[in-house]
Design a binder for this molecule. Structure first.
Ligand code: HEM
Length: 387
């Protein structure tokens, strides 16, 4: 197997625009061994789907390979079926019971207020002035918990995003683990809440039996959900804003109610925040004829799979009415995102707030990106509004 020297996710060209490299990998090296990460990297849609769905072969839970996982890292995302199933069911059913219309109206109102506070033509940073407070507000409303301090929380979230890249940068592990512990402490503080309100955490308290309530898995999972929500909404609302500033005609198209649902999925396919995720083989298998040994790690590059021409016509074009759109921006299989409806709700709310107010976003200076590989996110997005 030829080692692919072009795939270095933290290199500046990749941080700026990974898609040309993904396109080359899709054709030339659908699977290769990445010595730095000590993992197989797969990019084609069919291979990624198989790895994500075939949990009997590809484990998320490192304990299935004999690794020990400290209690603070144990949550729904670290477990595999069948052990994961009852907890995931509980979380999904609490999630489904949320009032989407109320959350949507609240999200639109929050964004309108944030945007009206801006004078036309005055530059501001979309990421710190809009994306971060919006992601914090929406995540706290969804879980029905108090909004944590914004700068404390930004630190926790960034520490966890760096931890996700620890295969590439092991020096991030201590900071990432410290951030995870701070997140779990925050989660612990939500659980003595009295019954009677209707947020997700209150639903969990109402629905869970004593075994779940007394255990750390559910509490850690609630905290993990907050962060999964905050981190992805922050990044997605930034990626989408950059597209809208560069291609204002998209906003007009997305304002059509019949285009909005497919359009939002297309934005996630085209430039979503989740670039990849990993699993570990628990038994020997092959991918594209390459032998994968038990114990080998496999990284699926979801964002590359989302541009696979075998599945998507004109993969590098934005087609807001693309249907079907089996993108992997929300993953697939037993770990697929169960907050995807709320992720999409946040983008729809943003489109609504911008188009109802007849506001256009204009880039005020070059944006800067965060140097993270698993999550693709802007750091600073200088824009101004035109009315
Ligand atoms: C546009 C926004 C979002 C994107 C792009 C996104 C993406 C993803 C992806 C790709 C995964 C699968 C990871 C894997 O297989 O390893 C995932 C899992 C997850 N997401 Fe999201 N997500 C978004 C919003 C949300 C929101 C709003 C929540 C709210 C709670 C959420 C909660 C979760 C949870 C709990 C998991 C883990 C599920 C499990 O392992 O069983 N996500 N997300």
């Amino acid at each position: 197997m030829t080692p692919i020297s072009v795939y270095d996710p933290l290199r500046s060209e990749m941080i700026r625009d990974p898609y040309p490299t993904y396109a080359r990998m899709l054709e030339e090296t659908p699977i290769h061994w990445h010595a730095g990460m000590e993992a197989w990297v797969v990019v084609r849609h069919a291979d990624c789907v198989r790895v994500l769905r075939e949990h009997e072969t590809f484990a998320r839970d490192p304990r299935r390979n004999g690794e020990k996982i400290p209690e603070f890292r144990q949550n729904v995302q670290m477990m595999d079926p069948p052990e994961q199933t009852p907890l995931r069911r509980l979380l999904v059913s609490a999630m489904r019971s949320q009032d989407r219309k109320k959350l949507f109206d609240d999200a639109v109102a929050f964004l309108r207020d944030t945007l009206t506070a801006r004078r036309p033509g005055e530059p501001f940073d979309w990421m710190s002035d809009v994306a971060a407070p919006f992601a914090l507000h929406l995540s706290a409303s969804l879980l029905g918990v108090p909004e944590p301090d914004a700068s404390d929380y930004a630190e926790i979230s960034h520490g966890i995003a760096l931890r996700m890249d620890s295969g590439l940068a092991p020096e991030n592990i201590p900071e990432g683990d410290a951030a995870r512990k701070r997140l779990n402490d925050l989660g612990e503080s939500w659980f003595p809440r009295p019954e009677g309100d209707d947020g997700l955490v209150a639903q969990l308290i109402r629905r869970a039996d004593d075994e779940f309530l007394g255990g750390h898995y559910m509490r850690n999972s609630a905290a993990m959900m907050f962060n999964a929500s905050y981190g992805t909404i922050f990044a997605m609302v930034g990626n989408a804003a950059l597209l809208l500033a560069a291609m204002p005609e998209i906003l007009a198209e997305l304002s059509e109610p019949e285009i909005l649902p497919t359009g939002v999925d297309e934005l996630v396919r085209y430039d979503g925040p989740a670039q990849g995720t990993s699993r570990v083989a628990v038994r020997e298998t092959t991918i594209q004829g390459t032998r994968i040994a038990a114990g080998d790690s496999v990284v699926t590059l979801l964002a590359a799979a989302n541009r696979d021409p075998r599945v998507f016509d004109d993969p590098h074009d934005i087609k807001l009415d693309r249907r079907p759109n089996p993108h992997l921006g929300f993953g697939s299989g037993p770990h697929a995102c169960f907050g995807s409806e709320f992720g999409k709700l946040s983008i729809s709310a943003m489109i609504n707030a911008l188009s109802d107010d007849a506001v256009r976003l204009r880039l005020a200076a070059e944006p800067t990106r965060r140097v993270t590989a698993t999550v693709r996110s802007l750091g600073v997005l200088p824009v101004c509004l035109e009315r």
